[in-house]
Structures are given as structure tokens and as C-alpha cells.
Design a protein around this ligand. Structure first.
Ligand code: SER
Length: 603
């Protein structure tokens, strides 16, 4: 049987839904246009949230699309058979039009009809939501599956962990029914389904019945209309249809791996390194096409990290010349007819990759040599004195960072490969010292998203963090930051919460902040392992957008109380004595499920 191409799946999917009266809408750019809370779209539904919440869509109530998404949460797994940092999500949408029956019936027809994908129904099993305190057991979906011929033993009822979908802590959500394909030899044995035999079934499609709007941890409202959001990852679908083992066998990647083999030479070729390069340069291509450039913060930082990681993988295979734009060319050819952003930015993509490669190559080789010297020193010490050193000092890690442009997480990665750890605390000390120096050097520069760097603005920034801690204390842990804007005159702060605050609550938050200020707080910043920080109760929203090593800032009073501990890089006041008196001047709705506070510091 000849191979089914990714582009065929993409066009068949859109044709099918066109034949079902869906309007085809273009992918939104990777960087969300109206949502500062996430760096990249991570799901097909993200750009459609306003319409799920009730705003009428200009193209009607039935839509289908292919949405570009980036997820970097599992970046360490890239190189295995399934994980990718960039993927395209095929989606069909009902905005208050059809619901469970038609959605399930259309999915079934597209998957199994000989006119479309023609998959063998016996190879498919499904799951439905088993029910909990939020919503009932989804017998309706199960009945629909039975009515179209799904055997009862191929329907598994699973809990919210598997069969409830939401893009974030608040917003549209609901139970889903997921469709799986058997990956084992031959036909699945009798009674096998995702619930009984989960490793053998690959999820290919997720139909979410968006029916609710999560306002906060305890409030789940109904959406104005019952909606459907479905998602099917295009490469996974290709793997299934072609009976492959890995996404890298599909025509999206196979030619790229071939090219990498050519570039580095067959003898040096390493499959895992090549997969990482193929994935990262593909993601980088799309990021640049949507306007991201390598930088030391936000989207640009993620892009930089991807490119630098790819370069390092090439070094591991002994290849030290520029190669990224050659790889990008394959992707530019693949995607130019699908995304105008890629076609229009072909030159820019290559230039940015070349520039970043140049910047990094200059220091990388020396850096790796320096790293090897450090490790070599450990070996010599062991041979001479039997002393076993297992940790790279903070000072050395900082030299690698400062002189050789190694992000700390890269040193940690390199160390791990040698069975070594890194003294992150020690790195922090060196890093802070350096920060103090450069802060003095660049005083007045635009820092940390603040309007300016005046003492007034910095004080309001510190106040912002104390206020968030106060809000969480008074309103509950469902409160997270949704956005902020700070000038020398006032702070504006958006946070997730579903109701208007009462005057008592506002007063309690003011009191929390003012007590904190009066306790002569001092501020410290630490670099911490992200997982440790998260598990240790550090406050932060949207952890997935941060690198593995995060900056955690703490404000501690002379009374020994920690008033605020959050992901943040500053700048902050040195001592809260300087801050004055905090007052909330306005509390209002910002958007659905998000409140906005304006506040000032008075002398
Ligand atoms: N939002 C769901 C998902 O991303 C379905 O599109 O899986």
C-alpha cells in the first residue's frame, strides 16, 4: 500500500467538513493575539475561546481549521516516537450548532468510510467521561457510540483526569469522548480498550463537548450555548493510517532526517540527535514565520533555546558548520503553500537562523571545551587522590553562562550526561552579584515589562506581587495573575476571579499589603529548578512558558514571615520601607472570569 501523505490528510479533513457545511478558517498565528497569559497557542481551541464564550463568529456556527500549536512542556521527551514541540491540530467546531450525536457520527464517518480515511472499525475503541461532582456520567455519548455499532466492551468510562478538557485554570471546558487506534500486532483482543490496555491504544481524536465555563475553583457555569471542539494531531493520524511506529517516519520528517544524515555523514549519524534537530528547527521555522526572533526573554527565549539545543545536537554528531537554514529550507517548501506566513518570510527565517547559529557557534565550541576541561579536572583529581567530585561549582557554571553563552539548563543537561550535578545555589550567588552590577550599569533601561525603571515604578511592581499574595489569601488559591501594566503613577493588575470583590475583601487585601510593607520586607531572588519551585508552592501562572530553571523571588519581613514567593525576575525595592501606603482605587471586570484592579502607593 502506498503511503498516505500528511498533506492528503490535511486536505481530506478540510474537504470532509466542507461537505458537512463547515466554513474553513485559517490558522491563527502561533503567538496569541489577545492573550498575554500564554506565550504560544497550545491548543486549537485557544484562538476560538471568545466564540465558545458566546461572541458570534463572522463565518457562522460550523467551522473547521488546522491550527498551529507549540507545546514545550515535554521538551525533554522530544526524540522519542511521539513528542513534538510544534504540531498542527485538525479541528472541527460547533458554536451552538450540533452537539454530541452529530459530532460523534461525523468523526466515525470520516475515520471509517471508504470515501474518506477508511480505517477498520475493529481497530478503534473509545472512552467517555465517567462523571463526578461537576458533571454527570456521559451515558449520552456512550449510547450514541453503541447506536453506531461500537461494541460495549470497546467503550471505557474514565475519570476527569482522562476525559475532561480545559485549556487553562479558567474558561470553557467540558467532558470529552476520545477515539483510539490499536497499535498492537493484528486485531485487538476481545474486551481490550483504553481502560483495560492503555499502552496499546493511541489517541487519534478528541471530541470535547464544551458546555461549561470555569470561573474559579468552585464555580462552573453553563456556556451560553453547547459547543463542540475536536482535535486531531496530524502526524499522529499519519502514523496510524500508515501503520508506522514513529512520527519521524511520516513524510513531514523522513526527508529531513535523510538530509541530516547527508549533512553529518552516515557514520556520524545518531537517530535521536537528528530527531531533536528535525523537531526544533521545524518549530523555529514556524516561530520566526510568525514574528518571533531569538532573544533572552519570552517567546524569543524559547526560540533561542530550541535553536541552540539543535546546534548542540549537531556538535554531538561531530558536525560544527552552519546547517539550520538548510534544514529550514525543506520545511519552507513543505509549508509555503499552506501558511502564507512561511512563504512570505522564507528569507527572514533563514537569516535569523544563520544569525543565531553564528552567535552561538562563536562561543559554543570554546564552551564545550571549557566544560570538558572541568570534567577532565574531576577525573585527574580522582586518579591522583581518589577524591570523587560529582558537582560542578556555581562559579564554573556561571563562567559557562557569562563567557560562553550557555543557558544554565544546558550546563545542567551536559552535566547530567556525565552523571554530574550543578551547584545551582552557587550559580545564583554569582548570578546575583553580576545582576547587581549590570543593574547599576543599565539603570533606566526598560526592564521586566515595566513602563520605566523609576523608583516609583519599581515600588509598584513589588506592591503588585504583595497584592497577588493578599488576593490569594483573601479570595483563595484560584486567583492567578492574568496580566499587568505598571507606570510610575499606578499599577493595573488583572487576575482570574469570577466575582466582584466586596468592600471588605478589598480592605483585607489592602491591609495584607500594608502590614507587609510595614514589616520592613527585604527581597531575595533565587534561581531554582522549575519542578522543585512548583512543588514547593511558589506562586506562578502558566508554568509551561518558563524554562527549566526559573527565577523565584521572595519577600520576607523583619518578623520572619514570607509575604510573597513568586516566579519573577524583578526589579524590586530593596526594603519595603521605601514603598509608602498601598491603596486600591478601582476594582472592576476586565473580561469573563478576569477582574482588574487599579492601585496606588501614597507617601
Ligand atoms: N481542545 C482539545 C485538545 O486540544 C480538542 O481540540 O485536545
Amino acid at each position: 500500500m502506498s503511503q498516505i501523505l500528511v498533506s492528503t490528510i490535511r486536505s481530506q479533513y478540510l474537504d470532509f467538513f466542507k461537505s458537512k457545511q463547515h466554513a474553513i478558517i485559517p490558522s491563527a498565528p502561533l503567538v496569541p493575539e489577545n492573550d498575554p497569559s500564554v506565550l504560544f497557542n497550545t491548543a486549537g481551541m485557544q484562538p476560538l475561546v471568545p466564540y465558545l464564550l458566546g461572541e458570534p463568529h463572522p463565518l457562522g456556527k460550523r467551522l473547521a481549521d488546522v491550527q498551529k500549536c507549540v507545546r514545550t512542556g515535554d521538551i525533554d521527551d522530544v526524540g522519542d516516537d511521539t513528542h513534538l514541540t510544534f504540531f498542527e491540530m485538525l479541528g472541527n467546531w460547533s458554536l451552538g450548532d450540533y452537539f454530541k450525536r452529530e459530532s460523534i457520527e461525523m468523526s466515525w464517518e470520516f475515520l471509517t468510510s471508504k470515501d474518506w480515511l477508511g480505517l477498520d472499525p475493529e481497530m478503534i475503541s473509545v472512552t467517555v467521561f465517567e462523571g463526578d461532582a461537576n458533571a454527570p456520567r456521559d451515558e449520552e455519548s456512550a449510547d450514541i457510540w453503541k447506536s453506531i455499532g461500537m461494541p460495549v466492551d470497546k467503550i471505557a468510562y474514565l475519570p476527569a483526569e482522562d476525559n475532561w478538557w480545559a485549556a487553562g485554570p479558567t474558561g470553557p471546558c467540558g467532558p470529552d469522548t476520545e477515539i483510539f487506534y490499536w497499535m498492537g500486532e493484528g486485531k485487538p483482543p476481545h474486551g481490550s480498550n483504553k481502560g483495560t490496555d492503555s499502552k496499546m491504544w493511541m489517541e487519534i481524536w478528541n471530541n470535547v463537548f464544551m458546555q461549561y465555563n470555569r470561573v474559579d475553583a468552585t464555580t462552573l457555569n453553563n456556556l451560553p450555548a453547547q459547543c463542540v471542539d475536536t482535535g486531531m494531531g496530524i502526524e499522529r493520524c499519519a502514523v496510524t493510517l500508515n501503520g508506522m511506529k514513529s512520527v519521524y517516519e511520516t513524510d513531514s520528517f523522513a526527508p529531513v532526517l535523510e538530509k541530516i544524515k547527508q549533512i553529518v555523514g552516515e557514520n556520524n549519524y545518531n537517530e535521536r540527535s537528528a530527531r531533536i534537530i528535525a523537531d526544533h528547527i521545524r518549530t523555529a521555522t514556524h516561530m520566526i514565520s510568525d514574528g518571533v526572533v531569538p532573544k533572552n526573554m519570552d517567546q524569543g527565549y524559547i526560540l533561542r533555546r530550541l535553536i541552540r539545543r539543535a546546534i548542540r545536537e549537531a556538535y554531538k554528531m561531530g558536525y560544527e558548520l552552519p546547517f539550520a537554514s538548510e534544514i529550514a529550507e525543506i520545511y519552507i517548501a513543505q509549508f509555503s503553500s499552506i501558511y502564507a506566513s512561511v512563504a512570505n518570510n522564507a528569507e527572514k527565517i533563514k537569516t535569523e537562523l544563520n544569525l543565531e547559529e553564528g552567535k552561538f557557534a562563536k562561543t559554543l565550541k570554546d564552551g564545550v571545551r571549557e566544560f570538558e576541561k572541568i570534567v577532565g579536572g574531576f577525573k585527574i583529581a580522582f586518579e591522583r587522590s581518589g577524591q570523587q567530585i560529582t558537582q560542578i561549582s556555581g562559579g564554573k557554571a556561571f563562567t559557562l553562562f557569562d563567557t560562553y553563552g550557555f543557558p544554565l539548563e544546558m550546563t545542567v543537561e551536559l552535566a547530567k550526561e556525565q552523571g554530574l550535578s550543578v551547584d545551582i545555589e552557587g550559580f545564583n550567588v554569582a548570578f546575583e552579584k553580576h545582576q547587581e552590577l549590570s543593574r547599576t550599569a543599565s539603570a533606566g533601561k526598560f526592564v521586566g515589562g515595566l513602563g520605566d525603571n523609576s523608583p516609583e515604578t519599581v515600588a509598584l511592581h513589588s506592591a503588585c506581587h504583595l497584592m497577588l499574595a493578599g488576593l490569594r489569601k483573601v479570595l483563595g488559591d484560584c486567583v492567578h495573575q492574568a496580566g499587568s501594566n505598571i507606570t510610575a503613577e499606578r499599577l493595573r493588575f488583572d487576575f482570574t476571579y469570577g466575582e466582584k470583590m466586596t468592600p471588605e475583601q478589598i480592605k483585607a487585601v489592602e491591609e495584607y499589603v500594608n502590614t507587609a510593607i510595614l514589616s520592613e520586607l527585604t527581597v531575595s531572588i533565587d534561581n531554582m529548578d522549575k519542578t522543585e519551585a512548583k512543588n514547593g508552592g511558589v506562586e506562578g501562572a502558566f508554568w509551561e512558558k518558563y524554562p527549566d530553571i526559573v527565577k523565584v523571588y521572595s519577600m520576607k519581613g523583619a518578623d520572619g514571615v514570607t509575604y510573597s514567593r513568586e516566579l519573577c525576575g524583578g526589579p524590586h525595592v530593596e526594603n519595603s520601607r521605601e514603598m509608602g501606603k498601598f491603596r486600591i482605587v478601582k476594582e472592576e471586570s476586565s473580561s469573563s472570569g478576569v477582574r482588574r484592579i487599579k492601585a496606588v502607593l501614597e507617601k
